[in-house]
Design a protein around this ligand. Structure first.
Ligand code: SAM
Ligand code: DTB
Ligand code: SF4
Length: 328
């Protein structure tokens, strides 16, 4: 019989165990996730990260979900790397609106050394504002993670996106192994790992369980785990994908919480489409982070005012920097 006893951070998860969690009755799953959550975090605190696209569009990669791939005709204007001063201004506004982490995203396969110098300057200046810093720049070459660490980078976002068995259905220009390689470089440089994925891309529950299993078996586990619901961008190969049942999204959050008890699980892209009720279920299932601000990278996010109202209704509050109750 599959062992469903309470998880500990260091254990290895089998696919059967993760699938068994997905298959639990909804109320049992949520009760279990909420119990784990309360053992590790303030149950009413939510970490707020703000995203900024510092280099938009024209990406060489063929990720089937992405508005920024040069291979998809999404009508997105290609833009150059932003000026440092404009990024710092956006970060200051994010901080003043309540965010504690600022995440800068670039539509690159990976950064050129010259561009990395500019991004390092952005990290240095954003950090000086008292914000946690995060960047997502694609694949890194040896030495680049160390440069970012020296600039004061706290987190590097690099998602596994989907289970290894489904990866080739979504992306062909780089591999699941390439992603693991960059994640290892980030870890070795002493930078916190932000690593999650996308669901609702036409995958099966088994694939979703496989993704969560791969994330949970990273050792150490990622400090932040963004769970994105596919945003169906017109012009991408995934634009006409069938809608995923919202309860399946909630289940995925709950299974992420149970298997990665000390990680911040972020309710990420697709929040606008979920509505207040499903978002509330996600918080009950153990989500304790969101993207805060009217824009994700190229698509919309709930407005700051809408989040303020929702948080007030639910009695949620923003989490201070390093607000984890049980330091690990
Ligand atoms: N180019 C870098 C990379 O791929 O790692 C960084 C930017 S990329 C846009 C960051 C992440 O955004 C992707 O790994 C994916 O998880 C998420 N993402 C992109 N487009 C999305 C969409 N349409 N729906 C949901 N998530 C999306
Ligand atoms: C992550 O997992 N989700 C964010 C962040 N990491 C970089 C990006 C979501 C992008 C959604 C589609 C868009 O706005 O382009
Ligand atoms: Fe490029 Fe990242 Fe979009 Fe893939 S997800 S096309 S690597 S910006």
């Amino acid at each position: 019989m599959t062992d469903l006893s309470l998880s500990v951070a260091s254990r290895t998860w089998s696919l059967a165990e993760v699938e068994a969690l997905f298959d639990l009755p909804f109320n049992d799953l949520l009760f279990r996730a909420q119990t784990v959550h309360r053992g590790h975090f303030d149950a009413n605190a939510v970490q707020l990260s703000t995203l900024l696209s510092i280099k938009t569009g024209g990406c060489s990669e063929d990720c089937g979900y992405c508005s920024q791939s040069a291979r998809h005709d999404t009508g997105l204007e290609r833009e150059k790397l932003m000026e440092v001063s404009a990024v710092v201004e956006a970060a200051r506004a994010a901080r003043d609106a309540g965010a504690t982490r600022f995440c800068m995203g670039a539509a690159w396969r990976g950064p050129k050394d010259k561009d990395l110098d500019t991004v390092s300057e952005m990290v240095r200046e954003v950090k000086a504002l008292g914000l946690e810093t995060c960047v997502t720049l694609g694949m890194l070459k040896p030495g680049q993670a160390e440069q970012l660490k020296d600039a004061g980078l706290d987190y590097y976002n690099h998602n596994l996106d989907t289970a290894s068995e489904y990866y080739g259905e979504v992306i062909t220009t780089h591999s699941h192994g390439d992603r693991l390689d960059t994640l290892a470089q980030v870890r070795d440089a002493g930078i916190h790992v932000c690593c999650g994925g996308i669901i609702g891309m036409g995958e099966t529950r088994r694939v979703r369980a496989g993704l969560i299993r791969e994330l949970a078996n990273l050792n150490p586990q990622p400090e932040s785990v963004p769970i994105n619901m596919l945003v169906k961008v017109p012009g991408t190969p995934m634009a006409a994908t069938e809608d995923l049942d919202p309860f399946e999204f909630v289940r995925t959050i709950a299974v992420a919480r149970i298997t990665m008890p000390a990680s911040h699980v972020r309710l990420s892209a697709g929040r606008q489409e979920l509505g207040e009720g499903v978002q509330a279920l996600c918080f009950l299932a153990g989500a304790n982070s969101v993207f805060h601000g009217d824009q994700l990278l190229t698509t919309g996010n709930p407005e700051i005012e809408a989040d303020r109202v929702l948080f007030a209704k639910l009695g949620l509050h923003g989490e201070p920097v390093r607000g984890r109750r049980c330091a690990s």
